[in-house]
Design a protein around this ligand. Structure first.
Ligand code: SAM
Ligand code: SF4
Length: 337
């Protein structure tokens, strides 16, 4: 008998030495909004058999955690419109070894779910909010639901999450006159805000990005005219750069896929609701986890091995460009942002 015991790797490390410990799981492609940069009004959604069941999503999460993943973010579409999503949240929230379960939401269902989510172990919440003006909100999301979202944010604040962060996609000519107002709204509630550069993803092209683009460096300069912003060394494991306002709780983040390439420290992968494991937001490299789950029911080691094998597919970097055609033709509601 051989004295060598074959050890199965139990960490997800790619060919460039980066360890994947953060996974974003999309739990639905559906949404109660139709944000103009994300979806068309008449978007066709996937059929039930095309998407992972909640049990399958849980199995994917479980295997990732067994391979050293410490943080899981649920996203969508709008995660909170998936029927029974609270079951999934509770299951994942109880996984041993997971440090943090978070969610990105449009906020519309928070009045109903915030408290339950907090109790199920969700510690941080990102709420997308691009405007505080009702008419503009309706223009941007094609839905008249700003007050519902603002009530949802208040419910989340009352529920006692460790942190709540607003995510604001900066869109020149659409909301760039409101960026200070959104920061003041966050300061009043002692919550964080991150400004996100719009990304040329998918087939949704309502404008020419190269002409309307306001980079985060220019935005930072503009905010510094009104606020004292001190660079903060804090990292949340993501591609945000953070600043603090002295004596205040609010952190101001900048997520800059164009102007600051963050690929070298990329620790994340994504899983679409169809069960496609995406190794990079800006590339098509992927693996079909749904096929593996359905071909080998009751054989969790097959999924685990597939996750380990997928590391060889993670590309070194993405190549977004403002002037070229989008390289990745998929909608943001499919990848979860
Ligand atoms: N429905 C949830 C929400 O809106 O928060 C979660 C899914 S949504 C696709 C995740 C994030 O992607 C949101 O913050 C949204 O603003 C952002 N997003 C969508 N399309 C985008 C684009 N073209 N560029 C940058 N961010 C985008
Ligand atoms: Fe829905 Fe979020 Fe996409 Fe807006 S950004 S349409 S809220 S999935």
């Amino acid at each position: 008998m051989s004295t060598h015991t074959q050890t199965t790797p139990n960490r997800l490390i790619d060919n460039f030495g980066r360890q994947v410990d953060y996974v974003r799981l999309s739990v639905t492609d559906r949404c109660d909004f139709r944000c103009v940069y994300c979806m068309n009004e008449d978007t066709t959604f996937l059929k039930r058999e095309q998407i992972l069941s909640l049990e399958e999503i849980y199995e994917v999460a479980r295997q990732f955690v067994s391979l050293g993943v410490k943080r899981i973010r649920l996203t969508g579409g709008e995660p909170l419109v998936r029927p029974n999503v609270m079951w999934l949240i509770r299951q994942i929230g109880a996984l041993e070894g997971l440090d943090e379960l978070t969610m990105t939401t449009n906020g519309s269902q928070l009045t109903r779910f915030a408290k339950e989510m907090k109790e199920a172990g969700v510690r941080r919440l990102n709420v997308s909010l691009d405007t505080l003006q009702p008419a503009r909100f309706e223009e941007m999301t094609r839905r008249d639901k700003l007050s519902q979202v603002l009530e949802g944010i208040d419910a989340a604040c009352a529920a006692g999450f460790e942190r709540i962060k607003l995510n604001t996609v900066v869109q020149s000519g659409r909301n760039d006159d409101e960026l200070e107002a959104l920061l003041d709204y966050a300061r009043d509630r002692k919550i964080d805000i991150s400004y996100i550069e719009e990304m040329p993803l998918g087939e949704v092209r309502t404008r020419d990005l190269a002409h309307t683009y306001l980079g985060n460096d220019a935005l930072l300069e503009r905010l510094q005219e009104r606020y004292t912003l001190i660079p903060s060394a804090e990292a949340t494991g993501g591609p945000s750069r953070y600043y603090r306002i002295p004596e205040e709780a609010t952190r101001v983040g900048f997520i800059s896929p164009h102007s600051h390439n963050f690929c070298s420290t990329c620790n994340r992968v994504r899983v679409t609701v169809e069960g496609r494991l995406l190794l990079c937001l800006g590339n098509e490299h992927s693996m079909d986890l749904k096929a593996i789950l359905r071909r080998y029911p009751g054989e969790p080691e097959k999924l685990r091995q597939a996750l380990l094998d997928s590391m060889a597919l993670k590309p070194e970097r993405h190549h977004f460009s403002l002037t070229e055609e989008p390289q990745v033709l998929r909608f943001m509601n499919m990848t979860g942002g």
